[in-house]
Write a protein that binds this ligand. Structure first.
Ligand SMILES: Cc1cc2nc3c(=O)[nH]c(=O)nc-3n(C[C@H](O)[C@H](O)[C@H](O)COP(=O)(O)OP(=O)(O)OC[C@H]3O[C@@H](n4cnc5c(N)ncnc54)[C@H](O)[C@@H]3O)c2cc1C
Length: 426
């Protein structure tokens, strides 16, 4: 019976049962963890308590965060020399650590980089210069076009219905693109962004729809200091309050046609690419946030006494901790799996990436909920940060695609693979 005492404890790192990190990965993880702990957590908590109208003013903790993030010198170029599989791993390590610090600020940096990512992919120096040093945003949803913007195949729409052209469109006319309408209030960084990646419906001279009723689309980089651009108020909301969100209005805003990075023929593929990138980031964010909640609960049960002993010593608590730990590991494994497939497959697909986002965020919700439950009533108070994590996790059930919709798209993809490729027939 004594022999089990001689079995040494397993080696665990910052991110749990994670072995085989290279020296470089380890040092990146350590550096990002310090940044998440010393900069992101305190600033994120400060912003969370401020009214939205104050939270993103010049000099606010929100802009302090971005100034500190800039100092890290982290850019897409840092990843450009890496093999896709190495880049996928490293990105996962970085994003998970950041989200452990603050999920809202992590999204602010991620969405903030989207125009630059697309500008770089286009190879157009003018667009790269235009995005340099600016906080970006991704304008895809509108008041009347939420989940509808994520439909890739016509048969997913109600029979007989056409695509949804929403409340914001681009019209391509001669050498110009003209924008009219408004985004949803949910555009991340929308209230403060300096440049936008537009991901919207377009008219190239023959209307917004093709013969099957599908909309044409475009991706365009648009500076947000142009005449005709105005903003709504920053949104007051339940969670991810460190992430400014708000409407952007476009009144005859004109940019040169060369600012387009995807048009009629290559739009679908580039839209799918951008959406899949966002989906992998969301999966890693779920891993970091779930870990943060689990760790808070782990500490608390080693401090709180009930039933004559520390909570941690009761078998029921150990069972519950085991359940939490398993889920955290599963979320990370799934996040890394979808990230690897999305970066390395010759034909990735955003519906598969979306399945990872939906899985990771659903499991995240369970982890945060059960972690808070381990605090009892104390978990509901502002005294412990677990209540903030609960609110942040709640937003992630809807962000970047509502989870049920994403799961439905994944099911549709599986069915298509079966019917068209024979997949699953043995
Ligand atoms: C934190 C956060 C960050 C975000 N960041 C951005 C951003 O940077 N840029 C951007 O453009 N947008 C952003 N969004 C918007 C986000 O993509 C949308 O909120 C999301 O796609 C859902 O759209 P919706 O809110 O309009 O809900 P709706 O589409 O109106 O859905 C409402 C409900 O109806 C259900 N439903 C919808 N369609 C169907 C259907 N066909 N059949 C059956 N049920 C259906 C859904 O499952 C859901 O439960 C963000 C949202 C959040 C919460």
């Amino acid at each position: 019976m004594n022999s089990c005492h001689s079995v040494p404890l397993p080696e665990v790192g910052l991110s749990g049962f994670d072995t085989g990190l290279s020296e470089e990965e380890q040092s990146v993880q350590d550096a990002m963890h310090r940044f998440a702990r010393d900069v992101m957590r305190p600033l994120g908590r400060e912003i969370d308590r401020l009214p939205a109208e104050q939270a993103y003013q010049p000099g606010s903790p929100f802009w302090q965060y971005h100034a500190e993030f800039q100092k890290l010198g982290f850019s897409p170029e840092a990843m450009s020399g890496l093999e896709p599989s190495q880049a996928a791993r490293l990105e996962g390590i970085v994003v998970e650590e950041m989200a452990w610090g603050d999920a809202g600020l992590t999204v602010s940096s991620g969405a903030g980089a989207m125009p630059m990512t697309m500008a770089r992919a286009s190879g157009q120096q003018e667009l790269i210069d235009l995005c340099e040093g600016k906080l970006g945003c991704w304008c895809a949803t509108q008041p009347d076009r939420g989940s509808d913007g994520l439909i890739l195949y016509p048969e997913e729409r109600h029979p007989g219905s056409r695509g949804n052209k929403g409340n914001l469109q681009a019209v391509f006319k001669g050498d110009e693109i003209i924008f009219n309408g408004q985004t949803s209030a949910w555009v991340s960084n929308g209230a403060v962004a300096e440049v936008a990646l537009m991901d919207i419906v377009a008219d190239y001279g023959d209307g917004f729809f093709d013969e099957q009723g599908n909309t044409f689309g475009c991706n365009v980089i648009v500076p947000l200091d142009l005449k005709g651009v105005s903003r709504g108020k920053p949104l007051e909301k339940l969670g991810k309050r460190s992430l400014p969100q708000g409407e952007i209005y476009f009144d005859n805003v004109r940019v040169p046609r060369r600012f387009a990075v995807a048009t009629r023929d290559d739009y679908e593929l580039k839209h799918a690419y951008a959406w899949a990138q966002a989906g992998t980031a969301m999966s890693h964010i779920a891993a970091g946030l779930a870990r943060a909640a689990f760790e808070l609960a782990l500490v608390y049960v080693h401090e709180r006494k009930q039933g004559g002993a520390l909570l941690a010593t009761h078998q029921l608590t150990q069972y519950r901790l085991g359940g939490l730990g398993m889920k955290v590991e599963a979320i990370r494994a799934m996040a890394r799996h979808v990230a690897h497939y999305t970066k390395c497959s010759p034909r990735p697909h955003p519906y598969f990436t979306a399945s990872g986002k939906a899985f990771c965020c659903n499991e995240l919700m369970d982890v945060v909920n059960e972690s808070l439950q381990l605090f009892g009533g104390a978990g509901l108070t502002h005294e412990f940060p677990i209540e903030k994590l609960m609110r942040d996790a709640r937003a992630m059930q809807i962000e970047d695609g509502e989870n049920n919709i994403l799961q439905m798209h994944y099911g549709h993809l599986l069915s298509r693979l079966h019917l068209q490729e024979g997949w699953g027939r043995g």
